[in-house]
Design a protein around this ligand. Structure first.
Ligand code: NAD
Ligand code: IPM
Ligand code: MN
Length: 361
């Protein structure tokens, strides 16, 4: 099999701490399954680079990584030094847009050994696998638009506005992906996140396209909730959900909430995919650079490691993906006695947990 080239961009904060563990486990899986991988590490897409060069990425960033098979990404953001909307629009959001990574696939699953903060109605704890959903987030348009403006700066008449953009092409392709995914799942259940009661132009359009697409998938059970009550349902009955499709902003919110319901956002992965494979796809944890814990080597590396597993799956190695996932489950199981990071009730370091997973693989 031909060599696969992975561009590695650790970025800022705990991105620098979890990335080595992500690479360690992906590399171990590659050896085990005979996958020929080459990791090319870049120091840009980081505040360190920006401090020297005045921008997060070099002008020719697309040439530097556009030919890679995938991008393995840590996290970006150093709010103490640079406004988040500047750093993120110079890095992660450029990748998503310019590489047309229109699907952001984010699983949330209750793993063994982790106590879900959301108990059942009768007060008993939820069991591993009881929460098991995919959030399919639209990743290139919607509420994240650069269209808008600001006028009369600093005066009483100051005005700011920002448009939400939905194209038929953009909406239909993410809905189609979500229906296809639901089709492959046991429950065959797809939930549409909306807010068409209040946001009266774009969201009714989203619902309309959802209903139209649903006609092509009669075998899928569908429902629709406004985002406000949907967040309540996530907390009160997370076991109800299977696949949830959402616009860019709603998907962002649900994909922190879903993993939080499973105990920690530190284990949640994210696949920013260009399913057409015209451009490289990007795999990262859901979490950010976590400046509050950076430098302590206590970040949970599982989000990065699971993202690495999704990357291998996307590159055609489902066996390696499945092996990493079952190893994560095995290591998290209290019976394993393996080290745990503080977010999941342990005292171990990022490195300890990463090494334990690589060794168990
Ligand atoms: P965050 O995800 O970085 O952190 C939120 C909370 O979760 C913090 O208390 C943090 O300590 C904890 N946490 C996060 N990851 C963890 C892990 N692996 N293990 C244990 N605990 C973990 O979100 P934030 O604080 O809103 O953002 C911090 C910076 O990261 C900002 O600059 C933000 O814009 C950026 N950000 C970047 C990305 C990305 O690159 N994809 C995603 C989210 C936020
Ligand atoms: C995420 C992050 C980003 C987003 C930020 C950092 C721009 O929260 O990947 O979930 O909103 O998409
Ligand atoms: Mn987010």
């Amino acid at each position: 099999m031909s060599k696969k080239r992975i561009a590695v961009l650790a970025g800022d904060g705990i991105g620098k701490e979890v990335m080595p563990e992500g690479v360690r486990v992906v590399d171990a899986a590659a050896r085990k399954f005979g996958i020929d991988l080459q990791f090319d590490t870049f120091d840009w897409s980081s505040w360190d680079y920006c401090e020297k060069h005045g921008q997060y990425m070099p002008d020719n960033w697309k040439d530097l990584v556009g030919g890679h098979d995938a991008i393995f990404f840590g996290a970006v953001g150093w709010p103490e030094k640079i406004a988040d909307h500047t750093s993120l629009w110079q890095s992660l959001l450029l990748f998503r847009r310019d590489f047309d990574q229109y699907i952001n696939l984010r699983p949330a699953r209750l793993m063994p050994g982790i106590i879900a903060p959301v108990v059942r109605r009768d007060g008993t704890p939820r069991q591993p696998g009881e929460i098991d959903m995919y959030i399919v987030r639209e990743n290139t348009e919607g509420e994240y638009s650069a269209v808008g403006g600001r006028m009369f700066n600093g005066t009483e008449r100051e005005i700011v506005m920002q448009e939400t953009i939905m194209s038929r092409h953009g909406v239909d392709r993410v809905l189609k992906f979500a229906f296809e995914l639901a089709q492959k799942r046991a429950k065959k259940h797809l939930t549409c996140a909306t807010k068409s009661n209040g946001i009266a132009i774009t969201m009714p359009y989203w619902d309309e396209r959802f209903a139209e697409m649903a006609r092509k998938y009669p075998g899928i059970k569908t429902d629709k909730f406004h985002i406000d009550i949907l967040t309540a349902h996530f907390v009160q009955r997370p076991d109800f959900f299977d696949v949830v499709v959402a616009t860019n902003l709603f998907g962002d919110i649900l994909s922190d909430l879903g993993p939080a319901c499973t105990g920690t956002i530190g284990i949640a992965p994210s696949a920013n995919m260009n399913p057409d494979r015209t451009f490289p796809s990007l795999f990262e944890p859901v979490h950010g650079s976590a400046p509050d814990i950076y430098g302590k080597n206590i970040a949970n590396p599982i989000g990065q490691i699971w993202a690495g597993a999704m990357m291998l799956d996307f590159l055609g190695h489902k066996d390696a993906h499945d092996a990493i996932l079952s190893t994560i489950e095995k290591v998290l199981d209290p019976k394993s006695g393996a080290p745990k990071t503080p977010d999941i009730g342990g005292k171990a370091s990022t490195t300890d947990l990463g090494k334990a997973i690589a060794a168990a693989l």
